[in-house]
Every structure is written in C-alpha cells, then in structure tokens.
Design a protein around this ligand. Structure first.
Ligand SMILES: *Cc1c(COP(=O)(O)O)cnc(C)c1O
Length: 453
C-alpha cells in the first residue's frame, strides 16, 4: 500500500497513527470498568486501551484510535496480527477439525511443523521436535529431557533470566518482583550464574572472561558431573535485551559439550527471524543441543516447541512427553503459514533492515541525550537502557515516563529490564518504513522530553 512497505506486503488497515479520542477513550474506559469486576487483579496490562483490530504495524482500539505497534504483543505477531496466509490456514483447519489430540489421533500438521523446525533450527545433525502450548511449557520440557538423558539434576540459569511463570520456570527466572514474590517454594537444583552484561560488567571484560567466571563457579559450586543443562537466552529478553559479549555463548557451549552437559538455548523471544536470522544462536555460530521456541512461531496462535538432538529427545520413554493441547492442529496450520510468510517476505532480512534503521537513529539520539546509557539489541529486538546521566544508575521512572509519553502520541513501546529501566521495541517485522520511522520519531521525542523534564 505505502511505497515504503516491505516488498510484496499489502495492508488491510491504513498504516497510520491517528488519535480520535483521549487515551484511553470512553469505550476502553468502559471495558476497564467491566474488567476490574471480572478479571483477577494479578494480571497487568502495559497499555490501557482495548484492541479491536490489528494489521501490519498498527493496532486499532475500540474507540477508533490507530496506534503504531512497536511491541507485537511481546514479539509474537512478527508476521502481523492478521496475516492473510495465517488467517486462511486457520479458517481452513477449523472447518475440518479443531482438535483430536496428537496423543490420541495424530495428524499431518504436527508432523509438518516438526519437520520444518528440524530444518530451520541451527545444526545439520539428526533432530526431533515436540510441540506444546506456551514458552514456559517448552522450557519445562527441555529440562525434563535434559535431566532424563543425562541422569543428572542440576540446571544452570543466569542473572536477569526470564523463562516463564510456572513453578519450575519461576525458579529459573531471576527477577523476584513481580514474577516470584510470595509464590514459593520453588523447584530445587537450580543454580544461578553471572550473565555477561557488557554495560554493567567491568569495562573491557571479554566474552571469554565472562564465560570463565561462570565455568569456575559451576565447577566449584555445583560440579560438572552434577549438571544436566545450561539454560540460557542467547539475548536476554525480559531481563533487558542483554546481548552477551562476543564469545561468551561459544565458550559456554564448548564447555557444555566437553562435560556432557546439555546446552539449551531459550529462543522463545529471539526466535523466528526476530534478530535478523532465523535464530539468535546463528549470530554466534552456536548449535544448541535443545532449542525452546514459542512467541513468534505461529502468527499469534498459542504454540511452542522444543527441537533437539535425536538421541536426547528419543531417550524419553513413550508417554513421557505430551499434553492434551500440545501441537493443536489450528496452531500448527498457523505455524506453517507463518513460516511460509517469513520466507516469502524474507523477514530475517526485514528484521535486519528494521535494526539498521532503528539503531542508526537511536545511537544518534544517544549522542545528545545523556540519560541513554546504552542502545543495544539485534535486528528487530531493540532497546534503550536509561540511567542517571554520567552513571550506570538505573532510571526506571524515566522508562515509565517515556512509555507513557509515547502512548499519549499513539505509539506502543514496552518496558523490560532487571531494574525496569529499559524500553524495548519489538515491531512486527511486516511494519512499513514510514510507520516505523513515525514510531521512532515519537519514541525519540519522548526520550528527549522525558529526560529534560
Ligand atoms: C516469554 C518467554 C518465556 C515464557 O513464555 P510463555 O509463553 O509466556 O510461557 C520463556 N522464555 C523466554 C525467553 C521468554 O521471552
């Protein structure tokens, strides 16, 4: 539709930022009132507007406001929130069957998704896949497989890690508030190690040095022969889009291999074209033993997966893995359509392009805004860490102000970070350049105004 749309993409909704009411508008406020009486208070929402429609780079709310979406529902709608191929595949599948349970009456879609994942994930070794519903469930199952296959119990997780909200994944997640506070007791045999966090590590610390710090701690505190798995996000998501120093992941992966430890890459957030390649591990030449996937996998439908070495996955006794809904046929149809869309539009290339546009503009902004401690990320996983100027002291209040100002102007951005001081951008990969640049104009102005307020 617009000249700056990625090749071949056309949009159903106008790709515009258009505010016709105050935010939230009257219809959203009415829904908020109903929600308060019906929905448990423990659920938060970053944005107080209720969605009515979404396409490409925009979300239209129930009051008719058109907002630029730089969040993708947390890196989920990478192919768009109503991608025509996904919509058609879902409609076709529900006309035939919505569910049979793969553990009762299996179907081709599940097998086809497993074949595709075995093909798309890093490494050309023999692989097997299993499908589930959520990222947390994928992580839980990766740990189950690693423990069974190694006969060991300990799992290594990292500072700033986020792996989910179930009991095991809460234990694997680092941040107490809001994810863990008062929800214990937590699963045992989890050992937390220091992450490579270049902005906060001693200046000049290399990836190899940061890995040596971890390896020494693992050997001294846990013992290699006790460790089933090292579980790590190749770029940490909720923790603050932390990109480890080059060499960190490779050194840990090599140590895992030498010590019979399963190296699990949690690519729930970084997977499926988001970082400019199909998986973030590829940037570092890492081949994980097991990879966990969810978020961007199925154009918005709930689906998750683990893919790993055949000898690990096939070690599990029949019936040891599964779940009623895992690999639901509608979600599988959506995933296959989403993979095709990613290929047809070269969304890995598109993510790299989005990163080039955004990083150039944000690094330029960082030159004149000292509250920007660091601009980082990869591809369309873009973050700004906010600090007290001249220090590394986190400024979470500024992050909140920026997100609120951006929203007032019709742009959705998300906050993350161990200290709550990181604003992240995760645009749908099908967003057009005009829409992206308009969103960045608003975001950068919000940082500037917030920092000077
Ligand atoms: C979101 C996320 C999870 C949890 O996924 P859910 O689908 O919310 O359970 C796990 N790991 C990472 C890296 C994530 O970003």
């Amino acid at each position: 539709m617009t000249a700056a749309a990625p090749t071949g993409i056309s949009y159903r909704l106008p790709q515009e930022r258009r505010l016709v009411t105050e935010l939230p508008g009257p219809a959203s406020r009415a829904l908020a009132t109903r929600r308060a009486r019906a929905v448990a208070a423990g659920l938060g929402s970053s944005v107080p507007v209720y969605a009515a429609d979404a396409d490409g780079g925009v979300i239209v709310d129930v009051d008719g406001n058109s907002l630029i979406d730089l969040g993708s529902g947390i890196a989920v709608t990478s192919v768009g929130a109503s991608e025509p191929r996904v919509a058609a595949a879902v409609a076709e599948q529900v006309r035939h069957f919505t569910h049979t349970c793969f553990m009762v009456t299996p179907y081709e879609g599940y097998v086809a998704v497993a074949e595709a994942l075995n093909e798309l994930t890093p490494g050309d070794h023999e692989k097997r896949s299993v499908l589930f519903n959520s990222g947390a469930e994928a992580v839980e199952n990766a740990v189950k497989v690693a423990r069974l296959a190694t006969g060991r119990e300990a799992v290594i997780a990292f500072d700033n890690a986020y792996h989910g909200r179930t009991n095991l994944t809460m234990a694997l997640t680092a941040k107490r508030m809001p994810y863990k506070a008062d929800f214990g007791p937590f699963a045992p045999e989890i050992y937390r190690m220091p992450m490579s966090y270049p902005f906060r590590d001693e200046p000049g610390m290399t990836g190899e040095q940061a890995a040596a710090r971890v390896i020494s701690a693992m050997e001294v505190q846990v013992g290699a022969e006790e460790i089933a798995a090292i579980l790590i996000e190749p770029i940490q998501g909720e923790g603050g889009f932390i990109v480890p120093a080059p060499g960190f992941l490779a050194a840990l992966s090599a140590w895992a291999k030498d010590n019979g430890v399963v190296f699990i890459a949690d690519e729930v957030q970084t997977g499926f074209a988001r970082t400019g390649s199909w998986f973030a591990c590829e940037h570092e030449g890492i081949v994980p033993d097991i990879i966990t996937m969810a978020k961007g996998i199925a154009g918005g439908l709930p689906l998750s997966a683990i893919t790993g070495r055949a000898e690990l996955l096939d070690a599990v006794h029949p019936g040891g893995l599964g779940g009623t809904y895992g690999g639901n046929p509608v979600a599988c149809a959506a995933a296959l359509a989403a993979f095709e869309t990613m290929k047809v539009y070269d969304l890995p290339g598109r993510a790299a392009h989005i990163g080039e546009v955004a990083f150039t503009r944000l690094r330029d902004a960082a030159q004149r805004i000292p509250a920007i401690g660091e601009v980082r990320g990869r591809g369309a996983m873009i973050a700004v860490e906010l600090v007290t100027p001249g220090t590394t002291t986190p400024d979470p209040a500024l992050a909140k102000t920026i997100a609120a100002r951006a929203l007032e102007q019709g742009v959705i951005v998300l906050i993350c970070g161990t200290y709550g001081n990181v604003v992240r951008l995760l645009p749908p990969l099908v967003i057009g350049d005009d829409t992206l640049n308009d969103g960045l104009d608003v975001f950068i102005a919000a940082i500037e105004e917030g920092a000077n307020a």
